[in-house]
Design a protein around this ligand. Structure first.
Ligand code: FAD
Length: 387
């Protein structure tokens, strides 16, 4: 290792890279994080920030639960940065055919201390009169769910990492990777500078697959464009909790006292991550707002407030891709539009993996599972984003 070397180099200061850096630095590992923009400057900073532990995968449910706990108690972790966590509660509206699966899953989640209450028929209509519920069979209400600020959370995790000795190199793009004899990689930066990494973690979101290709590994990660729309609705009868409609395929959460943030739960359009439309078109905004208003009629009175588009790095089963892809080279990517709220606690597992002490439950996310045909189940029908 040269004098600019680190035990671990991380590519990407999205919330996943920042969280792994936080946990690694706290364990005494020398970490350097290379980020082409600034922390959360990529898709993380444009995330809708929904935080729920309503997962069908038990390990991810626990990671989300623990992340929410970290974000609720963020002051020390974030060195003055605010995670912005707001507990609002979140209602999942399912079609009748999901009833058995939802009931079984709610029982499992409740044993994990993730409070989910179920409502059906007249009880559902009585508890949630704000919705048109004709085609809904069961509603699951997650009490502790809410939303947080992805930029603040990432900045805080990064600040916590730096306070424990990590080095952040922002506005620096990794240009080339080469495997290093004995494990790890040589990481080339602009200006002919290179860093030797005994271990390398690629946490570069939609840019992970091209970086992995440089060390001879093909990862089956796609990149999709997804839109987010916002509206203002000051009506005192507005619902203060988030909801997701699993029949239509959208999510909608409050933002502060009088706004909503919404997006689709189904797959989006494949795009080139370096060339795509970052704005939301008016027709896309209307389609989303109308879909929400059919279920939640008060939304007809909301004022459109614009929105944006950003990228999901999507794996074939919509579950994360985490593992060692070459000796001393690891990836944490493929979070498929649901990875913000997993990251604060999942980063500890990623750090343990990089340090050679993985939790055996992490093996299910191995990048080679696709070649072996061992895809994970996730969510409900095309709403695999629910994990
Ligand atoms: C519109 C939208 C809404 C979402 N809503 C939610 C939600 O409500 N709840 C939820 O939990 N999740 C949500 N997500 C998903 C969540 O935001 C992501 O899963 C998460 O942010 C992924 O973080 P990451 O660190 O893996 O990747 P990224 O945020 O993509 O970070 C990767 C970083 O790597 C850097 N990088 C890439 N190449 C290089 C290079 N060569 N050299 C140096 N740096 C490089 C990039 O600049 C980037 O900052 C949403 C995502 C989007 C886009």
């Amino acid at each position: 290792m040269n004098d600019r070397g680190s035990d671990v180099v991380i590519i990407g200061a999205g919330v996943h890279g920042a969280s792994a850096a936080y946990h690694l630095a706290r364990s005494g590992t020398r970490v350097t994080v290379i980020e082409r923009l600034a922390p959360a400057g990529g898709p993380t900073g444009l995330s809708s920030g929904v935080c729920r532990a309503y997962y069908t995968n038990g390990f991810l449910a626990e990671a989300a639960r623990d992340s929410i706990r970290m974000m609720l108690d963020f002051e020390e972790i974030g060195r003055g940065h605010d995670s912005g966590y707001r507990r609002t509660g979140f209602l999942y509206l399912h079609p009748p055919q999901d009833a058995q699966g939802v009931t079984d899953n709610a029982a499992r989640l409740n044993t994990l201390e993730i409070r989910v209450e179920l409502h059906r028929g007249d009880d559902l209509a009585r508890q949630f009169p704000q919705f048109a519920l004709d085609d809904i069979g069961i509603g699951a209400y997650e009490v502790e769910a809410g939303y947080a600020d992805p930029a603040g959370t990432t900045a805080g995790l990064m600040a916590g990492a730096v306070a424990s000795g990590a080095v952040l190199r922002s506005h620096a793009t990794v240009q080339e990777l080469k495997l290093r004899p004995g494990g790890g990689a040589v990481v080339r930066l602009p200006g002919r500078e290179s860093l030797e990494a005994e271990r390398l973690l690629i946490a570069a979101g939609p840019w992970t697959a091209p970086l992995a290709r440089q060390v001879g590994v093909e990862l089956p990660l796609g990149v999709e464009r997804h839109v987010v729309a916002t509206t203002r609705l000051a009506d005192p009868a507005r619902i203060p909790f988030g909801h997701s409609d699993l029949v239509t395929g959208y999510y909608c959460r409050p933002e502060g006292a009088d706004q909503y943030v919404m997006g689709w739960t189904h797959p989006g359009e494949p795009v080139n991550p370096d060339q795509f439309d970052r704005s939301i078109r008016r027709d896309e905004e209307l389609e989303l707002e109308n879909a929400v208003a059919r279920r939640y009629p008060l939304m007809h009175d909301a004022e459109p407030r614009g929105g944006w588009a950003s990228l999901y790095d999507v794996s074939p089963d919509w579950q994360p891709v985490i593992g060692e892809i070459a000796e001393g080279v690891f990836v944490d990517a493929g979070t498929s539009g649901h990875g913000f709220k997993l990251a604060p606690a999942l980063g500890r597992h990623v750090a343990d993996l990089v340090r050679g002490r993985p939790d055996p439950r992490l093996a299910q996310f191995d990048p080679q599972r696709f070649e072996k045909g061992e895809l994970l189940s996730a969510g409900y029908r095309d709403a695999r984003i629910l994990g």
